[in-house]
Design a protein around this ligand. Structure first.
Ligand code: FDA
Length: 302
């Protein structure tokens, strides 16, 4: 219930105003590198020094006008330039609704194509986040269309969606590069599993699928049981300890990230930056009551 209320709040403008103008801006910095690209670059340099790669993420989603999409595209391209100048080890993650998917799919595809080409030219790659269920079909279409030209392109798929095993089957000819996530949005029961047990079971099943039929699986979870499961399958399928990537979020289970990197696994942390942090922060609150207590203490000024 509480998690649904928080995800609902993440989409409400008035609550957003109250939170972002208040003391909670401080809380955001536990999960967000900062307001500027340079903050994220510094955070990634620090991660790189510990053997952890970055996944750079410019916060923002649900853009509703062409000027907003053009501005996001420009900001992403600036990020790619700075990655080249600084030599940091990071990919770039994008949200297609930030590039206008909801109102101009063709322009969105052009933006992603340009960005993927520029990222490829400097030796990095693009990852596509998965958003609310209404965007799944279009997001997978964009991935399908561009992955032939850009084989390093990765797309996130959400295991809580009942449809995901079928979606992966339809992508199997591509041997898709996938980031496997549980799913962070409030979706109704007809569309998404709600019970932890069901979500975990689907996570395990799809992990196996990706090692057998995908390319370089991205196991994106903080759940040690699921990470252990992936390690076991990597060994059983011959992919080995470096035949997949473990991905986590900035500010969450940092010690675990470092430990896995020390053990020789490939680890990447998703590093969000930008002033538009409100929906992202609310989704992190929804995932974990302990974060909510931290959040409420900040609200009370303690
Ligand atoms: P779960 O929530 O069950 O947590 C397992 C354990 O991890 C917890 O017991 C706790 O110890 C720790 N933990 C988890 N969340 C925490 C938090 N917020 N604070 C502190 N500790 C926490 N989703 C989506 O819909 N589309 C996307 O594109 C992406 N992209 C993405 C990239 C990367 C790199 C990651 C790691 C995650 C995403 N997600 C996402 C989010 C994902 O769907 C999911 O909501 C979160 O990863 C939380 O789920 P876990 O798998 O970590 O398990």
């Amino acid at each position: 219930m509480l998690d649904r209320a928080l995800i609902w709040a993440s989409e409400k403008e008035r609550i957003k105003h109250f939170v972002t103008q208040g003391k909670l801006a401080g809380v955001a910095h536990r999960f967000v590198a900062g307001d500027d690209l340079e903050d994220a670059i510094e955070a990634i340099k620090e991660l790189n020094s510990k053997g952890i790669g970055g996944i750079l993420d410019l916060l923002g989603e649900g853009v509703t006008d062409p000027a907003g999409a053009a501005a996001a595209s420009h900001a992403y391209r600036e990020s790619v330039k700075r990655i080249d100048e600084t030599g940091i080890d990071t990919t770039v993650s994008i949200k297609l609704t930030q590039l206008g998917l909801a109102f101009d799919k063709g322009a969105c595809i052009d933006y992603v194509r340009k960005l993927a080409a520029e990222a490829g030219a400097i030796g990095t790659s693009i990852e596509i986040d998965m958003e609310q269920s209404e965007y799944v079909v279009d997001t997978l279409d964009v991935f399908r269309l561009l992955s032939a030209d850009f084989p390093d392109l990765r797309v996130a798929v959400q295991v809580y969606l009942r449809r995901t095993p079928v979606d992966l089957e339809t992508l199997s000819a591509l041997k898709p590069r996938v980031r496997l996530v549980k799913g962070a949005y409030a979706e109704p029961e007809q569309i998404a599993f709600q019970k932890r047990k069901e979500i975990d079971a689907q996570y395990r099943f799809l992990t196996q699928w990706l090692f057998e039929r995908g390319t370089d699986p991205g196991i994106a979870t903080h759940d040690s049981k699921l990470v252990e499961h992936a390690k076991k399958i990597a060994r059983a399928t011959g992919a080995g300890d470096r035949g997949f990537e473990i991905q986590m979020l900035y500010g969450i289970r940092q010690d675990y990230q470092e430990e896995l990197a020390r053990q020789g696994f490939r680890v990447r942390a998703y590093v969000p930056f930008g002033p538009d942090w409100y929906p992202y922060l609310m989704r992190r609150m929804a995932e974990r009551p302990a974060n909510l207590r931290f959040f409420l203490r900040a609200l009370a000024g303690k």
